[in-house]
Write a protein that binds this ligand. Structure first.
Ligand SMILES: C[S@@+](CC[C@H](N)C(=O)[O-])C[C@H]1O[C@@H](n2cnc3c(N)ncnc32)[C@H](O)[C@@H]1O
Length: 252
């Protein structure tokens, strides 16, 4: 077994070198993972079309047939999440934000023919208007794959305070009653102060062992699994008023 693994190391390294030379998007993500960048969470840009079909379907159901929907994919990578949502929601305008300009350049090329879509290079919600979006997705953004082995502290790669700042910004640009979808995060949304204005409306169990979870002190919460993935912002300002919160939908 060890022999087989050793035999695979060289071809894998060669493949990585080839991609570094030929693929500018792969190269930029690798560079960010090596040198770091202020304001960036997961530097790796792995994504694919329809990556979260169950969550996308439920989210669209919860948004209903409303006209003039506005969605934001925060950390959209090369845009596949935006294109998957656009196919499901023909009436929606969807914006993709990503901190890596190479990702956005590729997303813009792929989405150029669809006037409902826009892509912006940014590492926060600061440039977006208040209470503007019906739904915001931040999937596989507030994490770092280098934490997959579950070290005691996440602080070398991610800090809870940065997560808190980012989600406070996202909560600001979401309409009252709007939805935030979050998956594969190393932190829990409801541990943040902004989370107090939200209630969980969807929980989808993971089919495999999920990312480790860290608390507000950046320490590992051993064995904890957080499968809550869609949260609704309260209509009322009062945090104790739960009357406006939707029931959890039944999963098929
Ligand atoms: C693993 S990809 C996730 C792509 C897609 N959301 C998905 O789940 O398939 C993570 C993306 O988040 C982006 N990212 C990381 N930190 C960010 C930040 N502060 N603001 C915007 N994008 C960020 C990265 O550039 C990367 O493209």
């Amino acid at each position: 077994m060890a022999d087989r693994r050793a035999r695979l190391v060289l071809p894998r390294r060669l493949l990585t070198v080839m991609r570094l030379i030929t693929d500018p998007v792969f190269r930029s993500a690798k560079l960010y993972s090596w040198v770091g960048r202020d304001g960036m969470f997961q530097p790796f840009n792995h994504t694919k079309a329809d990556r979260y079909p169950r969550i996308f379907d439920q989210l669209c159901l919860m948004l209903g047939g409303k006209q003039d929907l506005r969605l934001l994919s925060f950390g959209c990578s090369t845009g596949e999440e935006v294109f998957s949502l656009a196919r499901r929601l023909p009436n929606a305008r969807i914006r993709g934000i990503d901190a890596n300009p190479a990702n956005i350049a590729r997303a813009r090329r792929a989405g150029a023919a669809d006037p409902r879509l826009s892509f912006v290079v940014a590492d926060s919600a600061d440039g977006e208007p208040a209470e503007h979006y019906d739904a915001i997705l931040c999937m596989a953004v507030f994490r770092d794959s280098r934490l997959n082995c579950g070290p005691e502290s996440c602080a070398r790669f991610l800090k809870f305070t940065d997560f808190e700042t980012a989600v406070t910004g996202l909560a600001r640009i979401l309409k009252p009653g709007g939805l935030i979808a979050m998956r594969h995060s190393n932190f829990r949304f409801l541990d943040t102060a902004a989370g107090a204005d939200f209630a969980t409306v969807l929980n989808v169990p993971y089919p495999f062992e999920p990312s480790p979870i860290y608390g507000p002190d950046n320490r590992l919460l051993p064995g904890l699994i957080d499968a809550d993935c869609v949260f609704r912002k309260r209509l009322a300002a009062s945090q104790s008023d739960r009357a406006d919160l939707a029931e959890r939908p039944q999963l098929p």
